[in-house]
Design a protein around this ligand. Sequence first.
Ligand SMILES: Nc1ncnc2c1ncn2[C@@H]1O[C@H](COP(=O)(O)OP(=O)(O)O)[C@@H](O)[C@H]1O
Ligand SMILES: [Mg+2]
Length: 208
Amino acid sequence: MKVLVIGLGGVTNGGKTTLAKRLRKQLPNCSILSQDDFFKPECEVEIDEHGFKQYDVLDALYMEEMVTSIHSWMKNPTGSSVSTAESKSTPVNLKSTEEVHILIAEGFLLYNYEPLNEVWDRRYFLTIPYEECKRRRSTRVYQPADPPGYFDGHVWPMYLKHKREMEENKNNIGMVYIIFKYIKIIKSSDFCKSLYFSRIFLAFMQQC
Ligand SMILES: Nc1ncnc2c1ncn2[C@@H]1O[C@H](COP(=O)(O)OP(=O)(O)O)[C@@H](O)[C@H]1O
Ligand SMILES: [Mg+2]
């Protein structure tokens, strides 16, 4: 049995969850693990001098638990206690000569935490332009809700900071940069183009 751990990281509202779910429908034995499920409770999240809750940082997440969950899935993908939603059907167009189990770990802060860097078989980074990101974010209802100015005062600056740190980390160069090229294909809110991206993505994964 082969196991593959795929990282689907990137900006908030970049389409990570949407793409992960779409891929799960098309891939056999595919589970999703969402970083959003590892947020600490609100009372444990720090507040900065402007009164903004510091959600978009590693300290707001139980990262050790996330790593443990991925490792436990890797050891036992069928019996893992990891709470993942698994695909039920196997697409007819995928050959399954060897049993392959795939875990798609998706989240906004995957590649800035050293212990996670060793788990990826493939990793991708989704990004969209500032205006589109802000627009999409404003249509979402978060718990707790984004206060006025939160996107520009916390979310976007943290995204830029983490992206810069990710790109400066030599371990991340190569894989991530290739994906930036593909991401240019889906920088607009065009679902047809994003489907095209999914096909490229699938082709990538079938090469594993
Ligand atoms: N390729 C796309 N084109 C346009 N809108 C998209 C696309 N992918 C996702 N969306 C929309 O963007 C919003 C955020 O998508 P989501 O997958 O939840 O992002 P993330 O998990 O990265 O935060 C949702 O409203 C979703 O419908
Ligand atoms: Mg999401």
